[in-house]
Design a protein around this ligand. Structure first.
Ligand code: PLP
Length: 455
């Protein structure tokens, strides 16, 4: 690792310690001891600045309190871990986190009706409106992860006797959200390309409605699934759901924040996105958006009253338990939002990088693409059983040889030991990085005697 990365981190910590002096001081100013403490830290910082400039020095801080490692993988490597690519923070989000990280920080200027989405300083109210417009819906709330969005919807719409139709490639949290609500699930089968079609949804609906004697309480489908990142016919599934007046939930965990999403145009009654998966936000964060029609049910306000005290709770929304993301999480999400909104306009470029990488990988003889091809997403599942895994068979490190070779080249985020089927994301990598990545795989292939087309 470039020692300057270490020293920049030490500089950040040093500045935090300087900040801490003020957090312990009287509002009227620093005491002599505090001045001395600040001065000592300033001296340290000057030393660090010198070390950063010269690229010298030895690591002084090796961990955070409690044995927490310094996480530098985004600074020191190219990270192709599929679930992490779209959630990498923007510099704006990192700054927001530093300043708004204190507990309930967004509650500084909370006024009646005391709800997160009504706070105007910082501009959370406007952010909620922007979020709704961003996904083409009427109303939006921030939620602690896409899963909590599913949960709010199933909690409001699904009862014990109800059933829900979802994609057989759906995320486990969709199943669990139905389970928690007490409903049952039925699946739309994927076809042999591992794609969910409108026909399959309509067919399953017809059969199940006949068998169960009533329509589903909810239909859900991921636009791109987490397993292969194949695109599913969400518009067609929505249309099939509406044939039976069932509401449709669009799972945009892998789309909202990376590509344009227009919920109403797709026929969605609910759009759910993940902040930490695809919106450059810290965990846990996400968005749940809906129409005016369904907002009445899913964002219903409290009616309960204490039997002794008669206490009531105003405008608090039941499914959200009042307020959701109350501090650095939502402010960082909001700070990333202008960049996130802008970046969705460049989705075609991200898909082009994905295809470039997969094409270069396919040049390595014996490699295959498991996901639909050409790619329509930055995440891909590939199969190197016929290429890298043939090397693993005789290598003393077995499947780990590939990971060793990659990490030597500063590439991280592939599942340890995986030389057969594995996933990666090229999302957010510059072209320079994507080319470097593709070169690295081809170089490793050549080093172990695998044929590379065009080499
Ligand atoms: C990651 C993922 C989720 C869960 O998202 P969280 O924000 O972590 O709750 C749900 N659905 C799909 C398709 C996903 O890929």
């Amino acid at each position: 690792m470039d020692i300057r990365i270490q020293k920049i981190i030490e500089g950040l910590f040093c500045l935090e310690d300087m900040r801490e002096v003020y957090r312990g001081a009287l509002p009227t100013g620093l005491s002599p001891d505090e001045e001395a403490a600040l001065g000592a830290k300033l001296g340290e910082l000057e030393g660090l600045v010198g070390e950063i400039r010269a690229g010298t020095g030895r690591p002084r801080v090796t961990q955070l309190a409690g044995g927490i490692a310094l996480r530098t993988r985004e600074e020191t490597a190219i990270n192709i871990q599929p679930i992490q690519a779209g959630g990498r923070l923007t510099p704006e989000a990192r700054k927001a986190l530093a300043l708004w990280g204190d507990g309930y920080s967004v509650c500084d200027a909370c006024r009646a009706p005391f709800r997160l989405d009504r706070i105007t300083k910082p501009p959370l109210a406007a952010f909620h409106e922007d979020l709704a417009a961003f996904v083409g819906m009427d109303r939006a709330r921030v939620v602690p992860g896409a899963r909590r969005g599913f949960q709010a919807v199933t909690s409001a719409l699904v009862g014990r006797e109800d059933w829900v139709l979802l994609s057989s490639l759906g995320h486990y949290t969709e199943y669990l959200a139905v389970e928690q609500a007490g409903g049952s699930v039925h699946e739309i089968p994927a076809d042999d390309r591992r794609v969910v079609t409108a026909e399959a949804a309509a067919e399953r609906l017809d059969t199940l409605v006949r068998e169960l004697g009533k329509p589903p309480a909810l239909v859900m489908c991921d636009h791109f699934d987490y397993r292969d990142a194949n695109e599913h016919d969400v518009r067609g599934v929505a249309r099939a759901a509406h044939q039976y007046d069932a509401p449709f939930l669009y799972n945009g965990a892998y789309t909202v924040g990376v590509m344009p999403v227009d919920g109403k145009a797709l026929g969605a009654d609910f759009v759910v996105g993940s902040g930490h998966k695809s919106m450059a936000a810290p965990a846990p964060s996400g968005v749940l958006a809906t129409t005016d029609e369904y907002a009445e049910r899913v964002f219903r306000t409290t009616r309960i009253a204490g039997d002794l005290t008669g206490r009531t709770f105003g405008a608090k929304e039941v499914e959200l338990l009042g307020c959701t993301l109350m501090g650095g999480t939502v402010v960082a999400m909001m700070a990333s939002f202008p960049a996130v909104r802008e970046r969705t306009a460049h989705w075609d470029g991200e898909v082009a990088k994905s295809n470039y990488f997969v094409d270069r990988l396919l040049e390595i003889e014996g490699s295959a693409c498991i996901s639909e091809y050409p790619r329509k997403h930055a995440v891909s599942k590939v199969d190197t059983t016929g290429s890298f895994d043939t090397v693993a068979k005789t290598h003393k490190r077995r499947g780990f040889f590939l990971q060793d070779e990659l990490s030597k080249r500063g590439i991280v985020g592939v599942f340890a030991g995986a030389t057969r089927a594995w996933k990666l994301s090229t999302y957010g990598l510059s072209w320079r990085r994507v080319e470097y990545l593709a070169d690295a795989y081809q170089e490793i292939a050549e080093k172990y005697g695998l044929a590379v087309a065009g080499a």
